[in-house]
Design a protein around this ligand. Structure first.
Ligand code: AMP
Ligand code: ZN
Ligand code: FE
Ligand code: FE
Length: 302
């Protein structure tokens, strides 16, 4: 899936496309919203979305940068959830950021992430030369940043244990390491209900990411979410292998779901290149039309 210029060669669309899955310093990305917008311009993207984990704290900065650069932007969040035994990430776009239920949901998850990450660090620090302070030093926007394993990874890199984040994720930060703890999360059903109530559009992130998840959402589980208002599936993502993409495309066809693509860009934190997977303009149009919680920034038809 990777390509020198970061352009996905199998992009099934005409235009330059949108990258609808991007992380900044407001979660575990390494770059600011302004740097993200500038890079999107360089890559020739038609537009992009900011989708930090369990927060919308970066929306304002991203909107300002996008407006200044004339780069269309969807406001979004990648929400941590679970569905029975499966860990699920849900991309929520253009919901009302003032919504009380969503605000409380994010507060809960972020608090749970902090406790969980700290407990992991307590365990790791018995065997490796890092402290909780070292981890907090990696957090770029203080209390506004959603904390997680990548910040532990960065502290381990800082201490010279690993060369980069990916190496740390193959070791101590792996979900199969003895130090791993899951993040207590809301259910997919709770997330869908909250985002729909707040006028947003919901797309399941990397639903076929077999390496990240020992168990994937079944057709039946996805079908249940469709009945509750699920809008789409992120099919074009580097972690979805070809056979999973086929399954997901068939489900999308069966239930008339939106098919999106995104890079899951984390700046220098991951090899993923901004724009390496994209979403077509007509699909973005459907997202924008469907949403009523907030408006895109600098959207062409406005
Ligand atoms: P957590 O949410 O705290 O369990 O941390 C998992 C997150 O780390 C995922 O959302 C990944 O996108 C992110 N991550 C950042 N860099 C890497 C990396 N190099 N390898 C694997 N995951 C990474
Ligand atoms: Zn991440
Ligand atoms: Fe994710
Ligand atoms: Fe992500």
């Amino acid at each position: 899936m990777t390509h020198e210029t970061g352009v996905n060669p199998d992009l099934d669309q005409d235009g330059p496309g949108w990258d609808l899955h991007c992380h900044t310093v407001f979660s575990d990305g390494t770059m600011t919203p302004a740097q993200m917008v500038a890079l999107a311009g360089k890559r020739g993207l038609a537009g992009l979305a900011i989708t930090d984990h369990d927060t919308n704290a970066g929306w304002e900065m991203a909107a300002q940068a996008a407006e200044g650069a004339g780069m269309p932007l969807l406001l979004g969040t990648e929400i941590t959830a679970e569905d029975r035994n499966v860990s699920v990430h849900m991309l929520a776009y253009l919901y009302d950021s003032e919504d009380k239920v969503i605000t409380r949901l994010f507060e809960r998850t972020r608090r749970a992430r902090l406790t969980r990450t700290r407990t992991m660090v307590d365990r790791i620090s018995r065997d490796y030369p890092i402290t909780w302070t070292d981890v907090l030093d990696q957090v770029k926007e203080g209390g506004r940043t959603t904390v997680g394993r990548p910040h532990i990874a960065d502290a381990l890199v800082g201490a010279g244990v690993y060369r980069d984040r990916s190496e740390a994720f193959a070791g101590v930060c792996s979900s199969s390491s003895p130090y791993y703890l899951p993040t207590p999360s809301p259910t997919t059903h709770q997330v869908l209900k909250a985002v729909k109530h707040a006028g947003g559009v919901v797309v399941i992130a990397h639903p076929g990411a077999a390496k990240r998840n020992p168990v994937l959402l079944s057709d039946e589980q996805i079908g249940n979410l469709v009945r509750e208002g699920l809008d789409g599936l992120e099919v074009r993502h580097r972690d979805n292998p070809p056979e999973e993409r086929e399954r997901l495309l068939a489900l999308a066809e069966r239930w008339d779901l939106l098919v999106t693509g995104g890079s899951d860009w984390h700046g220098d934190g991951k090899p993923n290149e901004l724009g390496e997977n994209r979403t077509s303009a007509p699909v973005v149009e459907r997202i924008v039309r469907r949403a009523y919680g907030s408006r895109p920034v600098g959207y062409p038809s406005e």
